[in-house]
Design a protein around this ligand. Structure first.
Ligand code: CP
Length: 325
């Protein structure tokens, strides 16, 4: 019987911490789990905690269901219901949770303070003494992106690396994390993918991630392009993946005003698919509001794979949990 992929790191927080071989091994294991070739109970007798201070549908349910399928149990804790709401420190919370649990899955960030979510998850990892999985902070969404890459490989086979994947900013009234973009940039660069990031001026990604990707691409042979024009970026695309993210440059008030002036240019529609390659796919990690970042026609159209993406969270996260716990 083939074993689960093992990772050198104890925690799964930032995809820059992993090698190409480790990411490929996880994806391959995700496929074996999805196909039913691997039904091992990797978490038998294990209890996991989901410490979330931010809302979630897909991440929460897929981790809880996945842990159950693997023979374990995962409980969800809303940070507002714990003594953290009475100013118990994160250090004490993490140290105590680590005495009860076999792993902690964390979603914690504050859109007003870029980087503070990452500091929180690193504090938890330091004091909990059990594996910690990032379920979205302000910098990365590694589980989402691993599931997205499994989805791309499922649709395109080994050729997925050659396909032009456009990651585009899309209008949303809400401000959202940059996690998906950074994780995709890191994973895409390590795996040698062909990525284009399209976004309005003022929405540049964290330069630390761009620098990592440029260096990783020297070895992997992938490509990385940037554009401030979604129409131009859509030319020859095989995938258009839309995601809103907050500006690292503008204040909230500035961004709220600015977004309203550009929103019509940043809603993915059939016009963009006329420029893309025939059969180009639509991806979206969800949630979203039809008519904001994408038209209903595209989101609900025949080339939309958003529900496959969501389902693959389950399979991919089982492989991640099996590797760590
Ligand atoms: N994509 C994603 O993480 O969805 P949730 O916020 O519902 O977990």
């Amino acid at each position: 019987m083939r074993e689960a992929m093992k990772l050198e790191k104890r925690n799964f927080i930032d995809l820059r911490d992993f090698s190409r071989a480790e990411l490929e091994g996880l994806i391959e294991h995700g496929f074996r789990i999805k196909s039913g070739d691997d039904r091992q109970q990797y978490l038998r007798g294990k209890v996991l905690g989901l410490l979330f201070s931010v809302a979630s549908t897909r991440t929460r349910i897929s981790f809880q269901t996945g842990a159950y399928h693997l023979g374990g149990h995962a409980e969800h804790y809303n940070a507002a219901d714990l003594q953290m709401s009475n100013h118990e420190t994160l250090m004490d919370t993490a140290a105590v949770m680590g005495r009860f649990l076999d792993a902690i899955i964390v979603r914690m960030y504050d859109m007003n303070f870029y980087g503070r979510g990452r500091e929180s998850i690193e504090t938890i990892a330091r004091y909990a003494n059990v594996p910690v999985i990032n379920a979205l902070d302000d910098k990365d969404h590694p589980c989402q992106v691993m599931a997205d890459i499994l989805t791309l490989k499922e649709k395109f086979g080994r050729d997925f690396r050659k396909k032009k994947v456009v990651m585009t900013w899309g209008y949303s009234k809400r401000q959202k994390s940059l996690g998906v973009l950074h994780s995709m940039m890191s994973a895409g660069a390590l795996l040698g993918m062909n990525l284009t990031f399209a976004y309005p001026e003022g929405y540049d990604l964290d330069p630390d991630y761009v620098a990592f990707a440029r260096k990783a691409l020297e070895e992997s042979g992938g490509t990385l392009e940037f554009s401030n024009d979604l129409n131009a970026a859509s030319e020859g695309a095989d995938v258009i993946y839309v995601k809103n993210w907050k500006s690292l440059k503008l204040t909230r008030e500035e961004e709220d005003q600015y977004k309203e002036t550009i929103k019509n240019d940043w809603c993915v529609s059939s016009a963009h698919y006329e420029r893309a390659n025939p059969g180009a796919l639509y991806m979206d990690c969800m949630p979203f509001i039809r008519g904001e970042q994408v038209t209903a026609e595209v989101a609900d159209g025949p080339n939309s794979i958003i529900y496959d993406q969501a389902e693959n969270r389950l399979h991919m996260q089982k492989a991640i949990m099996a590797a760590l716990i």
